[in-house]
Design a protein around this ligand. Structure first.
Ligand SMILES: [Zn+2]
Length: 301
C-alpha cells in the first residue's frame, strides 16, 4: 500500500512537472488604447492581434480592464471593446479616467469607478463585470482612504483584480513605435530580447517573493497592457511562460487561491503588486531586480 502511494506521489510529481506546476492568469489593462502608436497601426489592429493570439494559444478567458474616458475622447476606439467581447473575452473596470487615487479623496475615486459602469453593463450584457483593477496599482496613499475604497468596492459587489507578476511590459511600447518609424529592425530585435529577458527575470523574482511570503508558488496574475509591442511579442511571451512550466488559468481561478484573501492593509503612495505589498507588510526583503530603463529611453531616439 505504502509503495503504491509513493508511486502515486511520483506520478503526481511527474505530471506536475510535465503540465507545469505554476499557474498564471493573463490580464490586459488600459483598453481601448495604451502607449504610442507606430505608423500604419490602429488601436483595433493591436487589440485584434492580441485577441487572435489568445485564441490560437487557447487561453482561458482574459480580462481587459478599460477606461471609458478614452472612448468619450476618441469614439472610434469603442470598436476595441466590441472586438474584445465578440472574441468572447470579458471586460473589467479600470476606472473612468485612469486617475491616481493618491490625487483624489475616497469619494472622488469611488465616483470614478461608478462612472465606468454603464459601459461595462452595456458590453458585458448580463454577465458579471464586478472586477476592479486599480490604476497604477495604487490602492490608497493613506490607510483610511485604502480602507474606505475597499469597503465601497465590497459593498458594490466588486473583487479586486490583484496582480502578482509584473515587469512593466508597457515600457517597450514607446521605443518600439520610434523604431518602426525609423525602420530599425536591428533595434526592434534588441527590444524583443530585452523584453523577454526582463519577463524571465521577473518570473524568478516573483516566484522567490511568493516563496518568501507563502512558502509556495501562489497562483499568479500577470499585468499586461494593450500596447503595440505587447501585441507583437505576445506569442513569444506565452511561449516563455510555458517553457518555464506555467499553465494558463482564468482570473477567477487564480484569485480563488487563498493567498488573495490577504490584505496588506497599509497605506502606500507607490502601491505595487500584492506580493510586493505583502513583503512590505511583513518587513521582508523583496528579491533584487533590474529593468533597462535607460536603454529603452535611448532606443531609436
Ligand atoms: Zn492602467
Amino acid at each position: 500500500m505504502r509503495r503504491l502511494l509513493c508511486l502515486c506521489c511520483l506520478a503526481g510529481m511527474l505530471w506536475a512537472r510535465a503540465t507545469g506546476a505554476q499557474q498564471i492568469a493573463i490580464t490586459f489593462d488600459d483598453l481601448p488604447s495604451h502607449g504610442e502608436l507606430p505608423p500604419n497601426e490602429t488601436r483595433l489592429l493591436i487589440a485584434s492581434s492580441i485577441l487572435v493570439t489568445l485564441k490560437l494559444e487557447r487561453l482561458p478567458p482574459v480580462y481587459g480592464f478599460f477606461n471609458g474616458v478614452k472612448i468619450e475622447k476618441e469614439p472610434a476606439t469603442e470598436s476595441v471593446l466590441k472586438a474584445w467581447r465578440d472574441a468572447g473575452q470579458p471586460l473589467g473596470n479600470h476606472s473612468w479616467a485612469h486617475r491616481d487615487i493618491n490625487d483624489l479623496s475616497a469619494a472622488e475615486f469611488e465616483a470614478e469607478i461608478a462612472k465606468n459602469e454603464p459601459l461595462l453593463k452595456k458590453y458585458m450584457n448580463g454577465e458579471d463585470w464586478h472586477w476592479f483593477r486599480y490604476p497604477y496599482l495604487h490602492e490608497g496613499d493613506t490607510l483610511q482612504k485604502r480602507r474606505a475604497v475597499r469597503s465601497w468596492l465590497e459593498q458594490h459587489g466588486y473583487r479586486v483584480a490583484q496582480v502578482n507578476m509584473d515587469f512593466e511590459d508597457y515600457l517597450w511600447n514607446a521605443p518600439y513605435a520610434r523604431c518602426v518609424a525609423k525602420h530599425d529592425d536591428a533595434a526592434i530585435a534588441k527590444l524583443h530580447d530585452s523584453y523577454l529577458a526582463t519577463a524571465d527575470q521577473f518570473i524568478t523574482v516573483f516566484r522567490e517573493a511568493s516563496r518568501t511570503v507563502y512558502g509556495r508558488d501562489v497562483k499568479y496574475v500577470l499585468l499586461m497592457h494593450v500596447g503595440a509591442f505587447d501585441a507583437r511579442i505576445l506569442p513569444d511571451l506565452l511561449a516563455l511562460y510555458r517553457a518555464k512550466g506555467f499553465s494558463f488559468i482564468s482570473l477567477e481561478e487564480a484569485e480563488n487561491d487563498p493567498a488573495y484573501q490577504d490584505d496588506p492593509d497599509i497605506g502606500s503612495e507607490q502601491g505595487g503588486a500584492l506580493l510586493e505589498l505583502m513583503v512590505q507588510r511583513r518587513k521582508l526583503t523583496f528579491p533584487p531586480n533590474s529593468k533597462p530603463y535607460k536603454e529603452l529611453e535611448n532606443t531609436c531616439k
